[in-house]
Design a protein around this ligand. Sequence first.
Ligand SMILES: Nc1ncnc2c1ncn2[C@@H]1O[C@H](COP(=O)(O)OP(=O)(O)OP(=O)(O)O)[C@@H](O)[C@H]1O
Ligand SMILES: [Mg+2]
Length: 343
Amino acid sequence: MSSSYSLSRKEGWRRFVDTPARVRPERLSRKAVRALSVEAAEDYAEIRADWHANFGTIATPQLTGIREELELIVASNRQDPDRVRGAAVIDGPPGLGKTTIANLFGRQVDRATRRRFGELTEAGDERIPVFRVGLTSNTTLRTLNLMICEFYGDTAARRASSADLARMATDRVVQCESLVGIIDDVHFINQTSRDGVAVNNHLKWLANELPVTFIYAGVGLEERKFFNEGLSGPSAALAQTARRWTRLSVELFKPGDPAWPALVKAAESHLVLAAARPGDLVNLADYLFLRTGGHIGSLMTLIIRGCYKAIAGGTERLTVGLLDGIRIDEAAEKSRRKPKPTP
Ligand SMILES: Nc1ncnc2c1ncn2[C@@H]1O[C@H](COP(=O)(O)OP(=O)(O)OP(=O)(O)O)[C@@H](O)[C@H]1O
Ligand SMILES: [Mg+2]
């Protein structure tokens, strides 16, 4: 992936924010598909594979609920610029849509802010309403600040000293009038190492210093006591910041939740398969729950692979027989093999 496509660079982020929604490919009848030339059939399979992998986000209750909370947090920070600002922590098990939610919200803020206030700040600098970084396994204080600088395209940053980097990062945020900062995958900060504690405290310091609402996302943050540790001694003052952080958890769908068939139905409505009949997928909602354990990421993977196979094999329809032959992630496969508990 070229760096201009990375969401951790302003160019890639801007592309994500401004790219119009994909156009759904036309649905041909089975007969029409059979009549396609070899090349045309390949093309039709290709655009549908691309569509199924990217048709966009489904408004699940988790997603809309958290979006509303995020709107509230950002809006109240705007009204009280001098108070300690709140931040949001999107927490939950892997693959449930934390990144999706944070990015969609960032996109919404970015678009609305540029529409309202224009592409340039009053001082004539590029307005960058949202910055975003994704942490990696070896995030130190230096790399955190470097990632922020690199988001803004600061090419001199690599050679700067650690102290200079912190200043450069905060300068950029202020200069570009950024309002929201997304810090994804914060579980990579190791709370038990000195580096990790320093990074964690630096995040709190940034949240205090900058006129920005921070949105953190990561796996299992509550269990890791992510926001309480490392607050003794000189950093105790920062505990107050952490107290203003709202934890928004993303959970698995529970058995029997009516939102599950609603999600399956919404996904079904996006599919472009020549032999599909209405209800093909929603009728399999229970089966799909058993396969995925109520995990949206696994569900999407299963559907995307199922569609690929249905198109490649020419059956053009999702059935239990077809889906049974598809392996998805190991966690979901394990839960599939687990014997059902006896009531
Ligand atoms: N609301 C949604 N509609 C459609 N697809 C979704 C939705 N939420 C998540 N997905 C899909 O589920 C998968 C996992 O989502 P995402 O990467 O946002 O999860 P995550 O919680 O950030 O995962 P990780 O813990 O690995 O960082 C992605 O492929 C994404 O496209
Ligand atoms: Mg993620």
